[in-house]
Design a binder for this molecule. Structure first.
Ligand code: GLN
Length: 274
């Protein structure tokens, strides 16, 4: 079988774009090489690996899990079933964090709660002078986050804690507390794309109204935030605002995602006065 034939079969099965990504991953050839070397033969092992990967994709496993790597903030991240696949909207959260960090005038201390694959922590540690504390309740997710930190040579800038939100965190303050917690209402999880079934429920399920984690997390953050620090949350339900305000935050910024949905809230401690 040649590259051309493999790409033709793949295109019929899963579309040309994804077939080319898989073929390029498996042959370790660039996507351009795949097209300009149509007559190059595939050995039996490569052919077997390509068909196995296509079978997984046809069973609706996300492409990112099959190739085991995805890009976030222009950085390669190891990705697998231990954690959620990084979403483009989460880049908005990181861009906002980097902006605050850049204004500080000293190396930032950042806390990333529900770090998952560690993509937020790794991007912040890689793209700024910040040191990061990354927390997750899932030991599996945390193991993946450590692999990503190692992959980017950031183990001296990121510290990992396995715990339920902030319960294992010793007293200290942070300039930025950032989180993309699970926020899909439990019932809605059933109606999503079949690909999402392959992702850990723990990383998505935000309870009945999607706000359970915020209800526990937001009050806990107050004592850990430096006086002029910022709390940056990725949100699904916009009512998260009321939780923040109730515990003593001002909403200082709201950011919409590319689909026009409110996706990021930035809170600062309410300091009162008229
Ligand atoms: N944005 C993700 C989705 O819609 C959810 C991420 C999360 O729950 N934190 O699939």
């Amino acid at each position: 079988m040649t590259l051309y034939e493999a790409l033709a079969i793949g295109t019929n099965a899963i579309g040309r774009h994804e077939a080319r990504i898989l073929l390029s991953h498996i042959t370790e050839l660039s996507p351009t090489d795949i097209m300009v070397k149509p007559n190059q033969p595939l050995d039996e092992t490569t052919k077997g690996a390509f068909f196995a990967a296509m079978d997984r994709r046809m069973a609706k496993e996300p492409l990112q899990y099959i190739i085991g790597e995805w890009e976030f903030m222009g950085l390669a991240m190891k990705i697998d079933r231990r954690a959620l696949i990084p979403r483009p909207e989460t880049e908005l959260l990181v861009e906002e964090a980097l902006m605050h960090i850049g204004k500080l005038g000293h190396p930032a201390k950042v806390l990333d709660v529900c770090t998952g694959s560690g993509c937020i922590s790794v991007a912040i540690a890689k793209l700024s002078d910040a040191t990061v504390t990354a927390i997750d309740i899932s030991p599996d997710a945390l193991a993946l986050a450590v692999e990503n930190a190692e992959f980017h040579g950031l183990t001296d800038k990121i510290r990992f804690i396995q715990g339920d939100l902030l319960n294992k965190l010793e007293d200290q303050t942070f300039d930025v507390i950032i989180s993309n917690p699970p926020y899909i209402p439990t019932f809605d999880l059933m109606g999503l794309q079949p690909e999402i079934d392959h992702e850990p429920k723990l990383a998505l399920d935000g309870g009945g109204d999607g706000m359970e984690i915020y209800r526990r997390l937001v009050p806990q953050t107050l004592g850990y935030l430096a006086p002029s620090g910022k709390l940056l949350l990725e949100i699904g339900p916009t009512a998260v605002e009321t939780i923040m305000i109730d515990v003593g935050y001002d909403i200082v910024k709201r950011i919409k995602d590319y689909a026009g949905h409110s996706r990021v809230l930035v809170g600062a401690k309410y300091i009162g006065g008229n």
